[in-house]
Structure formats: structure tokens, C-alpha cells
Write a protein that binds this ligand. Structure first.
Ligand code: URA
Length: 476
């Protein structure tokens, strides 16, 4: 029976070297006992150097696992590793056998060591020990790791704190970093470390990042186990923070501003955009309307059709939207409905040239049908989006009267497009407080199949336009 004593510093290399030697010599696991220099050898174990290592092939994944497992605090770790390595000789696929209990055990040990390394990186707290005359600042920390993690974790601190000297002292192995060089020592006595001004900072920092509403004591103690608290200045604040957490969480909830849900915020932004006003000089307005992409209608229309007429007109005529001809020519009321309007307006004594003529919606909405484009009524959203431009035109022209022809114009100007026949011939309040006279749309007259009914509607329309002409004349 051979007994191998591994050093506590450089353990990983020493175990690898010994294991290779025994593997080369064909020594089975039950012929070896392993220990480090803290473990007594068995009564019949002969201290023995391992045989010289030959060329053995070992899967890289095993080497990686072994390099971590050797730092576990289980005295059986070296034997477990060698037993598994012995089995691997004939079954290299063992490393990927999830059902193998030996491998599962080693993997758990590996995880424990990694977790311990993680704790060390997070919970080591340095205090300054050097004097003001020293060329390099110097720090020391006392730490009590569960596993032998000083050596495999030292490089992490060396990379972080290159421009100072530091030491991490533990009951087992301690590490010193002086003038850029790492050195390990066994069994260094625990030093008296001075209180540090930065401790108060740690406590303040910890109090500030502590969120009482998120307090989960169990999770917190598993992340920051109590055994580490005594060497962490901020841990002094923990019992008080835990005790006061429920009350602080309630206070936080009461003090929290009530934020509108995201959807509400989006709707509010949309409303604000709709309620804002176009601001610019009158001559820039048609160009701005031509560039409009506020609703999807701009994608299919040939062009936007802005209003036209004198910018100081006393009368504004508002239709629904450009038709096929208007869309092609870029001018309002130039197609069949426009021609009918011109005719009735002339009969009513209304001078179209003196009026500002426009539409509630500036792009043509249609349905393609063969070579034709069939008119489609704009929906509420399109009317609402385009109201921005109508309001801008009203604000620029500031007429004495607006005539709303049809339900779409009535809706855009008064907010309601309902009960047109009952409302027609009457004045309602429109944008900027300007009176709006509601009437029929000329296209409605064109579509009426019954000649008598069409003639009646025509008379009504003419009467309304006559009223509009009178009101405008008396206002002018
Ligand atoms: N119908 C309208 O409402 N406006 C026009 O410009 C043409 C037809």
C-alpha cells in the first residue's frame, strides 16, 4: 500500500503528477492512500513518492474538473479522483455518462468549490495596513473559506489589484501579492487588522442598495452565508435592515408616484399629438400637407389635396375628401361633385372664388375595382388624424362662417357626424368658436336615383348655400 502526501501549496500540479505516475505504473486505486500534510498516514501506509509519470491520455474535461475538485475540503477528494481516472482508462466516454454516480459526486464537489471561489471574490474585505511613506499602498484581509480556494482564486485578485500590495490571510493557506508577485504561505497567524475608514462607506453603500421590498431572508443568507458576516463591515447593518424591512417597504409603496400604465402613456402621447396645433406660416401649410404621413391613406393616394382660396376668406367650404379627379389634379372640388357644387352655389349667389374650399381629409381613400377607383368613406381615425390640418387651415383663414358639407365634414368640425338631415340648415359651434352651417354633400345628391327626391334635396342644398352667402355678406 502506498501513501502519498500532497503539499497544500501547489496541490493541483502535485496530484496530477502523482496520478499520472500511478496510472503509468498500473497501480490500482485500492493500493494507494492519499492525504495532504495535515492528514496523518495510516498505520501500515508507507510514505512513498509516486512513480515517474509516462505518457497517458486523459480527457481534457476530466483535467478541468480535477483542477477544481482538488481544492475541495473532503479528505477523500484525491482518492475519488484517482478511482474515477482509473475507470476512465477503459471507458473514456464515462465523462459524459450522466447516470454515473462517481462522476455525479465529483461534479457536485466541483460546484461547491466554484461557489466558494465566487463567495471569496464577493466577500473579501481589505483594510489598509501600510504607512503614508510606503511607495505602494498595502492592504490585508482575513477570510475563512469553506474549501481550499485561496490558490485557485488568487489570480482574480492579482488581476484586479495590480498596483498595490495586498494579502489575504486564512486559517489554512494565505496569499501575498508584493511588488507584482504572488506568494503562498501555510498557517499564517490571524493578524490584528485596524478598523478602516472605508468600513463606514461599505455600511452606507449596503444600506442604500438594500431594497426592503425585495427582502428574502433565506435567499439572502444563502447568497451571503452568516459565516462570512463577521469579516464584512456592512453585515453589521443586516439585522437592523431585516427588522425594519416590512415598515420601510410599506413606506416606499406609499411614497411611490403612481405612474400611468404603459398603454395609458401611449394613448396620452397620441392624444397630445392630436390636440397639438400646426405652427408655421400660411404659405408653408400646403407644402406641409403634401408631405403628410400621419395616416396610411398617403400610401395609396396620388397626392394630398390641400385647401385653396383666399387666406382671408370670410367663408370656408369643407367637403369630405378628394375624389378621383381631385386626387389626380391636386385641387379640391374639380370633379363631378365639385361641378354640381359650383352650379348650386351660383344659383344661391355664393361666390366660390371668394371662399376657401377644402376637405376634412386630405388624401383620397378608395377601393380599386378594375380600372376604377371607388370612393370609400374615411373612418374615424383618418378623420381624427387629418383634423390637425383642417384646424391649421381654419386657424390661418379664420373665416366668419364654415359650411360643413356632409357627415364627415360635420364630424371633423363639430365632433359629431350624426343626424345630418335633422341638423342641416342650422348653425353649430366649430373650431376657434367659428359658427358651422351643416348641409348636404353634393355627391349625395348625385347618387340619389329618385329624380323627385333629388330635386327636393337640391332645393334644400341651395337654400343652405343661400343662407351661407347671406351670413357671410352680413359678416363682411
Ligand atoms: N368630394 C369631396 O368631399 N371633396 C372633393 O374635393 C371632391 C369630392
Amino acid at each position: 500500500m502506498a501513501h502519498v502526501t500532497l503539499p497544500r501549496i501547489g496541490t493541483a500540479e502535485a496530484w496530477r503528477e502523482a496520478a499520472r505516475g500511478f496510472l503509468t505504473a498500473g497501480t490500482p486505486p485500492d493500493q494507494i492512500t492519499w492525504g495532504d500534510n495535515t492528514a496523518p498516514a495510516g498505520l501500515f501506509d508507507a510514505p512513498c513518492p509516486a512513480p515517474p509519470a509516462g505518457a497517458v491520455t486523459v480527457p481534457r474535461s476530466f483535467v478541468q474538473m480535477a483542477n477544481t475538485v482538488v481544492w475541495h475540503n473532503d479528505p477523500e477528494r484525491f482518492a475519488r479522483l484517482y478511482t474515477f481516472l482509473w475507470r476512465l482508462r477503459d471507458a473514456p466516454q464515462l465523462m459524459s455518462d450522466r447516470g454515473d454516480t462517481d462522476l455525479a459526486h465529483l461534479r457536485r464537489m466541483e460546484k461547491n468549490v466554484r461557489r466558494c471561489q465566487h463567495k471569496m471574490k464577493a466577500f473579501v474585505r481589505f483594510r489598509e495596513i501600510g504607512g503614508p511613506e510606503d511607495t505602494r499602498r498595502s492592504f490585508a484581509a482575513w477570510f475563512e473559506p469553506t474549501h481550499h480556494t485561496i490558490e485557485p482564486t488568487a489570480q482574480f485578485f492579482a488581476r484586479r489589484f495590480t498596483d498595490m500590495d495586498w494579502r489575504i490571510l486564512t486559517p489554512d493557506i494565505s496569499v501575498f501579492f508584493e511588488n507584482g508577485h504572488l506568494r503562498f504561505e501555510e498557517d499564517h497567524p490571524r493578524p490584528e487588522l485596524p478598523a478602516d475608514a472605508s468600513e463606514a462607506l461599505w455600511v452606507t453603500y449596503f444600506r442604500n442598495i438594500f431594497n426592503p421590498a425585495r427582502l428574502k431572508v433565506r435567499a439572502m443568507q444563502s447568497e451571503m452565508p452568516k459565516k462570512y458576516w463577521k469579516n464584512m463591515p456592512e453585515a453589521a447593518a443586516i439585522p437592523d435592515l431585516i427588522a425594519s424591512a416590512p415598515a420601510r417597504a410599506r413606506e416606499m409603496a406609499l411614497a411611490a408616484p403612481t405612474l400611468p400604465p404603459l398603454r395609458t402613456a401611449a394613448v396620452q402621447a397620441q392624444q397630445a399629438a392630436l390636440q397639438s396645433v400646426w405652427e408655421g406660416p400660411a404659405e408653408a401649410l400646403p407644402r406641409a400637407i403634401h408631405a403628410c404621413t400621419r395616416c396610411p391613406l398617403h400610401r395609396t393616394a396620388t397626392q394630398a389635396v390641400p385647401g385653396e382660396g383666399p387666406m382671408d376668406a370670410d367663408l370656408m367650404i369643407v367637403g369630405e375628401q378628394p375624389g378621383d379627379q381631385e386626387d389626380l389634379q391636386g385641387r379640391p372640388f374639380v370633379g363631378p361633385a365639385g361641378q354640381l357644387f359650383d352650379k348650386v352655389a351660383a344659383m344661391a349667389g355664393l361666390d366660390r372664388q371668394a371662399a376657401f374650399v377644402t376637405n376634412a381629409v386630405k388624401h383620397f381613400k378608395f377601393q380599386p375595382r378594375g380600372r376604377k377607383r371607388l370612393h370609400q368613406r374615411p373612418d374615424k381615425s383618418e378623420i381624427q388624424h387629418c383634423r390637425w390640418w383642417l384646424q391649421a387651415e381654419v386657424a390661418q383663414v379664420r373665416p366668419a362662417l364654415i359650411v360643413a358639407m356632409g357627415a364627415t365634414a360635420a364630424e371633423a368640425l363639430t365632433g359629431s357626424g350624426k343626424d345630418l338631415m335633422r341638423r342641416r340648415g342650422q348653425l353649430e359651434q366649430g373650431p376657434e368658436g367659428i359658427p358651422v352651417l351643416i348641409t348636404l354633400h353634393p355627391a349625395y345628391l348625385l347618387r340619389m336615383p329618385d329624380a323627385q327626391k333629388r330635386a327636393d334635396a337640391m332645393s334644400v342644398f341651395e337654400a343652405d348655400l343661400k343662407l351661407a352667402a347671406q351670413i357671410t355678406q352680413s359678416a363682411g
